[in-house]
Design a binder for this molecule. Structure first.
Ligand SMILES: [Zn+2]
Length: 309
């Protein structure tokens, strides 16, 4: 049995974002507090006792307080059920939460060598001493099984695969120690319960649905998929920024090449948008955009939602 908890569903900045007065952020601050959402991350467990995070958002501390499954077990002076963090990219909203996990509890960071090189190049992450926090590389197109603190297998098998994307925006124009190759900037994960064979796919960032992405997601019982923007030029049109979804490495929900259209008819069991930006009108439950997405079978999670596979 695979348990999945949505710790946060929002894109960078969260909902509401500290400096934003867009309709969604205004509503979330005032008459619709249920719209509030922390930055995207999920937690998974095969046994209910040991948990792994998919990305560590800047809101991690708040998310851990709000999630009883991730609290220290009763009677232990120092404890965390978190055994590892799997990073799918090097964006701030995927890695900054690591800095809230620095108080001497052992765990393992799993990430593509490119993302590991970002952590290595930023000395602030040295606060995670190698003695306590192992850093293990993820190889694309190879499965791995995270281990438990005692070295035994977790029962969770993870396959990572490259998806269309781009490098972290704060690194734009920079050349990393690992070079200019874009492989590993953005990865998707297929996460399976070894005991049952049930699985789901996790793509918190994806710039386009190509044939490879389609074939990997076809028939999946559950997917979490990039829901950053409704339309590609949404931030520009709303006067909120000068970048399109594509500029940021994110596909739009709508349009002929958008996620809703591209992932229709693939026999996917349950489709959940994640990493939803506060500019996205589909966040408003009474919007036309929300209706279109829901009619196409897409769901919008609230923080804390637990799914059992
Ligand atoms: Zn906003």
């Amino acid at each position: 049995m695979l348990r999945v908890v949505v710790l946060g569903a929002a894109a960078g900045g969260g909902v509401p974002q500290w400096n934003c007065g867009c309709p969604v952020c205004r509503a979330a601050r005032t008459e619709h507090p249920e719209l509030r959402s922390t930055q995207a991350s999920i937690a998974i467990s095969a046994d209910g006792d040991h948990w792994y995070l998919m990305n560590a958002s800047p809101d991690l501390r708040q998310q851990l307080i709000a999630t009883p499954q991730l609290h220290p077990r009763a009677g232990k002076l120092r404890h965390s059920p978190i055994c590892g963090v799997i990073l799918t990219n090097g964006e701030i909203d995927a890695i900054a939460g690591l800095l809230s996990m620095r108080e001497g509890w052992p765990y393992t960071i799993y990430a593509h060598p490119k993302v590991l090189s970002i952590l290595e190049a930023n000395s602030i992450f040295n606060v995670l001493s190698e003695k306590n926090v192992r850093r293990l590389p993820i190889e694309v197109d190879k499965t791995f099984e995270p281990d438990l603190p005692d070295g035994s297998p977790s029962g969770i098998e993870i396959l990572s695969f490259a998806v269309p994307g781009k490098s972290a925006w704060y690194l734009e124009g920079e050349v990393l120690p690992s070079g200019k190759d874009s492989t590993g900037d953005t990865i998707g994960l297929r996460i399976s319960d070894k005991a049952t064979g049930r699985y789901f796919c996790f793509l918190a960032a994806c710039a386009a649905v190509d044939d490879d992405v389609k074939s990997r997601l076809a028939g999946a019982p559950l997917i979490f998929f990039d829901g950053t923007v409704w339309r590609d030029d949404e931030l520009v049109a709303a006067g909120l920024g000068n970048k399109t979804g594509q500029d940021m490495g994110h596909i739009a929900m709508s349009g002929d090449h958008g996620a809703i259209h591209s992932l229709a008819g693939l026999g996917i069991g349950r489709k959940i948008f994640l990493h939803i930006n506060n500019s996205n009108p589909a966040l408003l439950t009474d919007s036309a955009e929300r209706e279109i997405a829901e009619r196409a079978g897409w769901q919008f999670p609230v923080d804390g939602t637990e799914i059992v596979l």
